[in-house]
Design a protein around this ligand. Structure first.
Ligand SMILES: [Zn+2]
Length: 143
């Protein structure tokens, strides 16, 4: 039997697609952007060219303030795959950004304890530089 390494395997970064290259390029610059539909005037996330509300291709990019509120969260005590197992506990979350879009993310810089995390709390984006291409937007309690 071989000795297992104490270092968890790396987390595989997201794989940018042509529709999301702009999004990831801006994340690398520590800016958060989402999509806006000029036909129905709705904002949406995740980034894609076709509006999920009205299917128009008359869409554009909008820069987020990086501020939002916590819509919901879950504290993960047992990571689902080896890369996450030794990182538990951690907090998965849905954040509603100013502008009305909701995005999946992680809540960081907070105790992974329900007494420290409240639905509706104000949060702000921070970026986790995974490698030279991907910076993941995560959120922390607003200062
Ligand atoms: Zn639309």
């Amino acid at each position: 039997m071989t000795q297992q390494s104490q270092t968890p395997p790396p987390i595989t970064p997201p794989l940018p697609q042509p529709e999301s290259d702009f999004y990831w390029d801006k994340c690398k610059e520590h800016e958060l952007w989402f999509r806006h539909c000029k036909a129905c005037n709705k904002n949406y996330f995740y980034p894609r060219d076709i509006c999920p509300e009205c299917f128009s291709r008359n869409t554009d990019w909008v820069q987020s303030s990086g501020k939002g509120t916590l819509y919901t969260f879950a504290i993960v005590h047992r990571g689902p795959i080896p890369a996450f197992r030794d990182r538990a506990p951690y907090v998965t979350a849905m954040v509603e950004l100013e502008g009305g879009v909701c995005m999946p993310t992680n809540l960081v810089e907070v105790e992974p304890d329900p007494s420290a995390i409240k639905i509706g709390m104000e949060v702000e984006v921070v970026f986790d530089d995974m490698d030279d291409k991907i910076s993941l937007p995560k959120f922390r309690p607003a200062s």
